[in-house]
Design a protein around this ligand. Structure first.
Ligand SMILES: [Fe+2]
Ligand SMILES: [Fe+2]
Length: 123
């Protein structure tokens, strides 16, 4: 295994897929008024998965002394901050659209774009 290519690690791929599914569920709960009672639970689930995933990814990057570790860690921290803000000050359900868009963009953007960029770096 060449862990510099983190998305070639099966556990990482599986985690990314799981996270993408949770983001979809969150977006679905936000988009449909009859499912808005599920938003908080969807955010909690996504938050828990991200904490575990980021820790896993971090450990892997430390193990291979990945050159992007510190920068990548900062991005993980910024994503988790969105959730801290939500849990500390939950917005009015009328603002869920904005919240959902923001979280979906950041999480999806990181998992799809940032993590894939790492996977494409030359070893
Ligand atoms: Fe990731
Ligand atoms: Fe990451």
């Amino acid at each position: 295994m060449d862990s510099k290519y983190i998305s070639s690690v099966p556990e990482i791929d599986a985690q990314h897929e799981n996270i993408a599914g949770l983001v979809s569920s969150l977006q679905d709960a936000i988009a449909r008024k009859d499912r808005r009672h599920l938003v908080h639970q969807a955010l909690k689930q996504l938050h828990q998965q991200l904490i575990a995933h980021f820790a896993f990814e971090d450990t892997l990057m430390v193990r291979v002394s990945h050159p992007d570790l510190l920068q990548h860690r900062k991005v993980h921290k910024r994503v988790l901050c969105l959730f801290d803000n939500y849990f500390e000050h939950p917005p009015d359900p009328i603002d869920y659209d904005h919240l959902g868009k923001l979280i979906a963009e950041k999480v999806h953007g990181h998992v799809v774009e940032d993590d894939c960029r790492i996977s494409n770096e030359p070893g």
